[in-house]
Every structure is written in structure tokens, then in C-alpha cells.
Design a protein around this ligand. Structure first.
Ligand SMILES: [Zn+2]
Length: 382
């Protein structure tokens, strides 16, 4: 593997801004690199995700490596000491938005795949640069998987070069209280939906949540609240909406999550709608991405043959990975949480490196990830 070419490619990816829904230019860079490196088949799908296939000499399993190519933005008022789109290398670290989350992983996967000796390979390696992950986990990956039917999936989100075999899930819950409007000079004639919501919030705060040794605690966090009409002048609000972010543990269902709220005795007399939010996004190609914002937690048995062969591959690359779990939500929520395809995670950087000011990735981790991916491809498809 050509170390300098890997670094240069990562820099080119970081220098091209790619907010969710604006990935066209970065996808073109990915396509050009896959073609230059000799991928057998390369295309852009209906959502605008890039997909490249390398076929082994003999038939076998299909192993999909997925990295999302969109990034979060630069928060207004945040002060970077490096150019977020400069791709500068300082003291062995590559700086820029997306370096750790997760253009370094994407570059490593592509260069790793191109370095595998195809004459010894059974089956095929597929690398996808998927779009829109930061706003809708799993949405674009579903379309990728529908096209290539993978037997196994590797998600390249930061794992500090450990092997991830589980992850916490996420749901977005919308609560709405229904009051009755009146002139605010006569509030007693109406029912104030904000007052109702205050009771709901107090009750919801009392819900007891469990914890998992690797995934961490389940979370139920209030993230926004708004009344209607808004802004309200001289009127008692008739509706109030609150959004909760719920972090999910294994086996939690939509019914469990909503039932824990609707069954609260304090809420019996309050007119309340409780739903899981619907995602409605459009990709840069104009394709719609829709779905319920419920992304299940997942876990793959550490004794699963896929985990064992991936571990074996990583060890031959000189890495000593621990078994670990993602606490944040990733595309794995779809690939295994919903589609049930055996999935693991492995990537350079740590969860704490994502979405931060002065985001950066060490070149050492970048290179180790690339070698790890290559050995993993060889071990799983042998
Ligand atoms: Zn990410």
C-alpha cells in the first residue's frame, strides 16, 4: 500500500466540504479514486452514494465496507485554530472537518481494497461512500445493501482501532399536548398546552431507565420544546410540542419506548399525542429518504465466525484490538439492527474526535486502519 497516496487522498476528501445533502463533489473524488485504483465496477446510486466492487478470482461471500462521506458543519461562532477544509498535516495529525468522522476511514477502506491480491480472494469486496448519515442513519445504506446483498458489513466509524460488535440505538420521540385557545386576558376560558406539557415533562423525568455494561445507559433527554401559535401574542397556547432524544439498549421496541410514557399514571388525564418522529430528507440527487426515526441497538455474538475471522485479520496486521461497542448511533442500526446482516465496526480515531473544533486524525491511526482493513478483507474472504 502506498502510504503517501493514502494520505494525499484523505487530504483531498477533507478539502472538499460535504455537508449532508451536498456530497456531489466529494462523491466524484471517490469515484475517480476507485477507478484509478482499478476497482472492477464503480457507480453512483439513486441517492448519490458511491459504490465500488472488487471481485475475487473465485466466488464467495460479499463483504461490504461502508463509510459515510457527509460531515456535520462548522458551528457558528466556533473558533478553529486550523482551516477546517485545509487538510493540513501538523505533528503527524491531519486536520479538518471529517478527518476523523469519517473520511480517513473511507480513504483507508478504498486503498485497502485496492491492495488486496484478488487472485487469492473468494467472493467480492464492496466499498460504499454513503450519503446523509449525519441526518438519517441507515437510510442511504439500505439502498446500497438492496443493490449488493452483502453477507457481512463493516462500518468504519471511529473505534480507536478496536473491534466493535454492538452499538446503542437512537429514537426521536415527539410529544404533543392539546389545550384550548383563549384570549390571554381570560386565561381561565382556555387550557394552556404549555402548562400541560410542564406536567408531562415532570412525569417523564421520573421514568427509570436501564443500563448495559458495554452500550452504556439508556437515555431520555429533552432536546426542544415549542408552543403554538408561535410567537404567541395575547393568546393561550393550544398546542405544545416537545422532542426527546432516546438512546436505546438491546431489544427495546417502539412499543416499549412509547409505552413507558403513555402508561404513566400522572398523564392519564392529559390530552397527549406520543409518536416516533418521521424522517423526511432529500439527497443531492433529488431522491427522497424517508423513514421512522427509530434505530435499534444491536449486538453480534463475539463467537460469530465473522467476528473471529475479522479479529484474526486485524491481529495479523499488527493491531491488538479489544472487543468494544459504539455508544453513538451508526449505519449499523440499519445493517444489523433492522436488516439482520452480521455487522462489525472498525475505524481510526475515537468517538470523542467526532464533530469537534479542530477535528483531526493521526496519520499513524490512518495507516493502521488501512492495513487492518486489508488484512480483514483477506481473512474474511479466504
Ligand atoms: Zn460518523
Amino acid at each position: 500500500m502506498n502510504r503517501q497516496a493514502l494520505i494525499n487522498f484523505t487530504q483531498r476528501l477533507v478539502r472538499q466540504p460535504s455537508l449532508s445533502g451536498e456530497e456531489a463533489a466529494v462523491i466524484q473524488i471517490v469515484i475517480n479514486e476507485m477507478q484509478a485504483l482499478g476497482f472492477d465496477t464503480v457507480w453512483v446510486d439513486e441517492n448519490g452514494s458511491a459504490i465500488g466492487i472488487l471481485a475475487g478470482a473465485r466466488p464467495g461471500k460479499t463483504l461490504l465496507f461502508d463509510a459515510h462521506c457527509d460531515t456535520v458543519g462548522i458551528a457558528p461562532g466556533s473558533i478553529w485554530t486550523r482551516d477546517p477544509f485545509g487538510g493540513e498535516i501538523i505533528d503527524g495529525n491531519l486536520y479538518g472537518r471529517g478527518s476523523a468522522d469519517m473520511k480517513g476511514a473511507l480513504a483507508s477502506m478504498i486503498h485497502a481494497a485496492a491492495s488486496v491480491d484478488k487472485s487469492k480472494l473468494l467472493g467480492r469486496i464492496v466499498v460504499s461512500a454513503s450519503v446523509m448519515e449525519e441526518v438519517f442513519e441507515g437510510g442511504a445504506l439500505k439502498t446500497v445493501m438492496d443493490q449488493i446483498n452483502p453477507d457481512y458489513v463493516v462500518i468504519g466509524e471511529s473505534s480507536d482501532l478496536n473491534l466493535v460488535h454492538g452499538g446503542r440505538g437512537r429514537a426521536e420521540i415527539h410529544l404533543e399536548t392539546i389545550g384550548k385557545p383563549s384570549h390571554s386576558s381570560s386565561p381561565h376560558l382556555g387550557v394552556n398546552a404549555v402548562h400541560l406539557m410542564m406536567k408531562v415533562i415532570e412525569a417523564v423525568d421520573q421514568i427509570k431507565l436501564s443500563a448495559h455494561p458495554r452500550l452504556g445507559p439508556a437515555i431520555l433527554a429533552l432536546t426542544d420544546i415549542i408552543s403554538e401559535p408561535y410567537p404567541g401574542y395575547s393568546v393561550i397556547p393550544s398546542r405544545c410540542k416537545a422532542t426527546y432524544d432516546r438512546r436505546l439498549l438491546l431489544d427495546e421496541t417502539i412499543g416499549d419506548v412509547l409505552g413507558a410514557i403513555t402508561s404513566l399514571p400522572e398523564l392519564k388525564s392529559i390530552p397527549l399525542n406520543t409518536i416516533i418522529a418521521q424522517g423526511e430528507h432529500q439527497t443531492y440527487t433529488g431522491a427522497p429518504l424517508r423513514g421512522t426515526k427509530f434505530f435499534p441497538a444491536w449486538e453480534l455474538d463475539p463467537k460469530h465466525p465473522f467476528v473471529e475471522s475479522a479479529l484474526r485479520g486485524l491481529r495479523t496486521s499488527g493491531i491488538d484490538p479489544q472487543l468494544s461497542a459504539y455508544r453513538f448511533c451508526t449505519n449499523a442500526a440499519y445493517s444489523i439492527g433492522i436488516a439482520g446482516i452480521p455487522t462489525i465496526g472498525f475505524g481510526p480515531g475515537t468517538e470523542a474526535d467526532a464533530h469537534i473544533v479542530d477535528e483531526h486524525l493521526s496519520l499513524e491511526a490512518l495507516e493502521k486502519a488501512a492495513h487492518g482493513y486489508q488484512r480483514m478483507m483477506e481473512a474474511v474472504l479466504s
